[in-house]
Design a protein around this ligand. Structure first.
Ligand code: F6P
Length: 353
């Protein structure tokens, strides 16, 4: 066990996980710790619960021993939260003081739009040595072709649709499957495509409930007795025809979603006369063990992140570009969300109704 003097002589890097948890977070932490300690000889500190950790100095030292066996584990061993460091005026200064107090050379923030948005501001506006790693099951971050967690969520959603197919067919029902996706419909689109959905509703394309019902009726008039409708939780009806707000808002100002599936259940049954049931997959899509794809992507990003930290590439983020991991400016990840393009949605529409 190294003494304090040895510890301070080494490069010291902090790591945190913020925002919604996501399968693959532990794989990134493991990669940062393993390469950071074994290869670079750094000391690694893990902050608790996202930005709450550096704000309140809540941390633990991470070692190769303490991160053994976490590669296939869902969630995050560091805990997470939706704490916004800019919600309080002294947030950035507090973080600066705490990083200094712990003799940290830099911080790796693993997160989505909000966590990386805060990281970009802490670096850009306050000069703090922060770099980011992109994660979200929603797959909607800019700067990267894909985020880890998406593949796992997609498999959960696709398997659920396959299961709902057989019960829908047996009961001659319309099944509405609500999946996650606040601003982008990647999970709905890909799970719907892979699961053979008859209608897919995504946030990028406000929907018309009459058109949804027309597609279902058309399908039934062609001899099918059941239908599968996949809806992203962030999908919205055209021109406020259905009220979907829950009224809860988090520290970043995002409304808590969930509920569109049950709303559609009632509307479709009432308008078409077909018996309809809704299933909300919710957090089952975020929980549990990551797929092999997500473990590999998360590991590659973790290794690239600790290498970048070792080279003091603050303000940057490793990203998947084609098949390669490349460093891109952190601000690219949050400048614009990566939403579903029309051309991809058009492929799914071929199979509607
Ligand atoms: O950002 C990922 C996500 O899963 C969104 O799809 C969803 O809207 C949100 O997180 C749910 O957040 P929470 O777990 O805080 O309810």
């Amino acid at each position: 066990m190294p003494g304090t003097r040895d510890m301070l002589a080494r490069v010291r890097i902090g790591v945190l996980t913020g925002g919604g948890d996501c399968p693959g977070l532990n794989a990134v932490i493991r990669a940062v710790v393993r390469k950071g300690i074994d290869h670079h000889g750094h000391a690694i500190l893990g902050f608790r619960d996202g930005w709450r950790g550096p704000l309140e100095n809540a941390f633990e030292e991470l070692t190769i021993e303490s991160t053994r066996g976490i590669l296939p584990r869902g969630g995050t061993i560091l805990g997470t939260s939706r704490t916004n460091p800019f919600k309080r005026d002294d947030g950035p200064d507090l973080i600066r003081d705490n990083l200094r107090g712990l003799h940290l050379d830099g911080l790796i923030a693993i997160g989505g739009e909000d966590t990386l948005g805060a990281a970009a501001r802490l670096h850009g506006e306050h000069g703090l040595p922060v770099l980011g790693v992109p994660k979200t099951i929603d797959n909607d971050l800019g700067g990267t072709d894909m985020t880890f967690g998406f593949d796992t969520a997609l498999h959960v959603a696709c398997e659920a649709i396959d299961r709902l197919h057989t019960t829908a067919e047996s009961h001659n029902r319309v099944m509405v499957v609500e999946v996650m996706g606040r601003n982008a419909g990647w999970i709905a689109l890909h799970a719907g495509l892979a699961g053979g959905a008859d209608v897919i509703l995504i946030p990028e394309r406000p929907f018309d409930i009459d058109e949804v019902c027309r597609l279902i009726r058309r399908r039934h008039s062609r001899g099918r007795s059941f239908s599968i409708v996949v809806v992203a939780e962030g999908a919205t009806p055209k021109a406020g025809t259905l009220e979907t707000a829950t009224g809860f808002v988090d520290e970043f100002g995002h409304e808590r979603l969930g509920g569109i599936g049950h709303m559609l259940e009632g509307e479709i049954e009432q308008r078409t006369g077909y018996e309809t049931r809704a299933t909300v997959l919710g957090h089952t899509q975020r929980g549990g063990t990551p797929t092999a794809f997500d473990r590999v992507l998360a590991t590659r990003l973790g290794v690239a992140a600790i290498d970048a930290a070792s080279d003091s590439r603050w303000g940057m983020m490793p990203a998947l570009r084609g098949n390669r991991i490349e460093l891109v400016p952190l601000r690219d990840a949050v400048a614009e969300l990566r939403t579903v393009p029309e051309s991809e949605f058009a492929v799914a529409e071929t199979f509607f109704g």
